[in-house]
Design a protein around this ligand. Structure first.
Ligand SMILES: [Zn+2]
Length: 434
């Protein structure tokens, strides 16, 4: 019992860094991916968006999203049997071992669009997630990576630079084809933008221009010439992908991660919701959407993957490792995702499933109140607190932590509050006023 508790939600951190261009995961508006997990179902289940039966009179319209969740995003390039350029290559075996590790460590691979929906406050994601992205558009991503991802049922995103697709001025023999991209699209793979020619997008930086005759010139563009060029890189590539594939693009992976405020503004105006770099870091609810870091995975730097995974497992404060426990296992009251009719709820959780609790180690935190003087009954394993000061927000997060066998164990959940004066107290319980 206690083992289950300690191990189950031991969610480990994963870090991803984004590389230049990668196509990405499934959009819910796209055909259901065979490789996509049942996002709606798993979301509802893990976040308790649905209200509990008896105790919750109302359903909240907008889900109360778990703002403590974290995601790491991985960026891959080429899959090759023999690595020659470790900066962008990885063997299929190493790639598959990493995919397996995510599964073994209980890290949920989610579609990119779930991350965006979560950031919009529309849907919850599991507490510890990973997103898989591929940059540039290589046929090995279609031929080698995709079958492995199908095996694990993982959604993923492809970031494509349009001139790098086969037939484009930069699309060589290893490039993915438009037909392969269409096949991926039809199977729910998320396809997103990574510029037109994959170069430094900042004004005045040296770039290569290809003339219609195929002649290449190194140059630095400024002024109106630069504006015209960068417009095509940021906006033109989006339009081309949308038109050729009949899709909606809302993500932009910045080539080399090199951009500035002007490029960001162009991208925002073009309708991109998120911009990605290759500076890996765990993505939290408050991470800015115009610089989402990905962990670039390189063949000779296995530590990047390891560290990313560890990042998401550790507490965000950088403190001692904490084992996460699912709120469901604690029979919490109010339940996770439930909406209550009172701003003065009784908050309870049953810790008996955690195992031996160290005396005095039980702590309850409530959003808007901080640490509260909760009581813990060692006989029943129940920690409870009757709120005495009205909760002001529409949603309330509770964190319960305790020490068990020297380890800190923590659970958190969120419930909604919708005080309706007329029906706040059931008629039977009403007492005459004054
Ligand atoms: Zn790239």
């Amino acid at each position: 019992m206690m083992i289950r508790f300690a191990i189950l939600p031991l969610i480990l951190a994963l870090n991803f860094s984004m590389c230049k261009k990668n196509p990405s995961a499934a959009d819910s508006s796209k055909p259901a991916a065979s490789s996509s997990p049942p996002a709606e179902a798993s979301t509802a289940a893990s976040t308790g968006v649905s209200a509990g039966p008896a105790s919750s009179p109302a359903r909240i319209n907008k889900p109360v999203v778990d703002q403590t969740a974290q995601t790491i995003i991985f960026c891959y390039h080429l899959l090759v049997d023999k690595v020659r350029y470790p900066g962008t290559e990885i063997t299929p075996a190493a790639f598959e071992a990493q995919m397996k590790q995510l599964k073994d460590r209980g890290i949920t691979v989610i579609p990119m669009q779930d991350l965006l929906a979560w950031k919009r406050g529309e849907k919850s994601i599991p507490p510890r997630c990973a997103i898989i992205t591929f940059d540039d558009g290589y046929k090995s991503q279609y031929e080698v990576a995709w079958p492995i991802l199908k095996k694990y049922g993982y959604p993923f995103t492809m970031f494509i630079y349009t001139e790098g697709v086969r037939g484009g001025s930069l699309g060589g023999g290893g490039a993915i084809t438009w037909e392969q991209l269409a096949d991926m699209r039809d199977n729910g793979v998320d396809i997103e933008a990574h510029s037109a020619t994959h170069q430094d997008l900042r004004e005045g930086h040296t770039i290569t221009l290809a003339s219609p005759g195929g002649k290449k010139t190194r140059t630095k563009l400024t002024g109106p010439q630069y504006e015209q060029w960068v417009q095509n890189e940021v906006v033109g590539c989006k339009q081309l992908l949308e038109q050729r594939l009949g899709i909606k693009i809302n993500c932009f992976a910045v080539p080399f991660g090199n951009y500035n405020e002007h490029v960001k503004e162009l991208a925002r105006n073009a309708g991109y919701e998120a911009m990605f770099t290759v500076y890996g870091q765990p993505i939290t609810f408050t991470s800015p959407m115009d610089s989402i870091g990905r962990y670039a995975i390189e063949a000779n730097k296995p530590k990047v993957f390891e560290d990313a995974v560890k990042m998401i497992g550790a507490s965000t404060s950088g403190g001692a490792p904490v084992a996460e426990v699912g709120a469901k296992d604690l029979a919490t009251q109010p339940a996770d995702g439930e909406t209550v009719r009172t701003a003065l709820p009784l908050i309870k959780a049953n810790l008996s499933g955690i195992g031996q609790i160290e005396p005095g180690s039980v702590q309850m935190r409530v959003s808007g109140l901080g640490v509260v003087p909760a009581t813990y009954d060692p006989k029943t394993g129940t920690v409870s607190y009757q709120v005495t000061q009205k909760l002001r927000e529409k949603s309330c997060s509770v964190f319960v932590s305790a020490k068990s066998q020297g380890k800190k164990v923590e659970a958190h959940w969120t419930f909604g509050i919708e005080e309706s004066p007329a029906r706040a107290v059931p008629p039977a319980a009403q007492t005459p006023k004054k």
